[in-house]
Structures are given as C-alpha cells and as structure tokens.
Design a protein. Structure first.
Length: 137
C-alpha cells in the first residue's frame, strides 16, 4: 500500500482525555450523569445572576463575582479528586486543573481588589496607579 501525504478522511488516533467518562451511569438523565460540569456551570450562573441583580451602590456585585471565580476553582478540585468527571475533562488532568486554578484565582483576586472599597489592599496596585498619573492624597 502506497503512503500518501494527504490527510486521512477519518482520524483514528485521537483519544478522549483521561477521566472523560460520565460521572454516573446511563440510567440517569444527562444533567445528573454530568453532575460535575452541571454543578460548576450552575455556580457560575448563580454568581452572574447575583452580580446582575445586585444594587449599583455598595459591594453587592463582589459576592456574585466571588461565586463566578469560585466556579472554576470548584471545577479544578473536582477534576483533581474525581476519577471520572465527564464533560469537565477537556485536556490532560494536569492541564485542566492548572488552567481552571489560574482562571478562578485571577477572577477571585480581581474581585478582591476591585474598587470601590477593595477587600484586599495591595501596595503594588497603588504604585501602578501613581505610574498611570493618579495622584495619591
């Protein structure tokens, strides 16, 4: 059989990521079978709703954004500890856990330093503000 440089019509060598089987058996409905991703997306959705409906004055939006940031962190923990997570498995376990942790951590950190009245004071941010021309009184 002659070898050709054309791409094959059907890919046969791609394997699903480790742990991508459904968390529960086929006797359950799809959202229940895929409960890890359902839980993560539900937490993010509730967080977005809290952010959307919070009053403009005050820090109400921060609670919702903390929930949005905790959703990928929850996904990272589930991906790390559960053997099968269904649709939550996208790449290798290491890649999924690393990216979800960084994404969730950045969202939580940005929420904690958000103005007005940041819950976390970082002196580095004051220096950046001075560099941008903001005057400190």
């Amino acid at each position: 059989m002659a070898r050709t440089r054309r791409r094959p019509e059907k890919t046969t060598g791609t394997l699903p990521p480790e742990g991508s089987a459904a968390a529960l058996g086929r006797s359950h409905t799809l959202p229940v079978r895929q409960w890890p991703i359902t839980l993560v997306l539900s937490l993010a959705g509730v967080g977005l709703a809290v952010t959307w409906f919070s009053p403009t004055a005050g820090n109400g939006f921060k609670y919702g954004l903390l929930m949005v940031g905790c959703a990928p962190l929850l996904g990272a923990v589930l991906r790390l500890v559960l053997p099968e997570v269904g649709l939550l498995a996208v790449r290798s376990r290491f890649t999924d856990v690393s990216l979800l942790t960084v994404l969730g951590g950045v969202i939580v950190l940005l929420t904690l330093v958000a103005q007005p009245d940041p819950w976390l004071q970082l002196s580095v941010l004051d220096n950046i503000g001075q560099l941008m021309g903001r005057r400190h009184h």
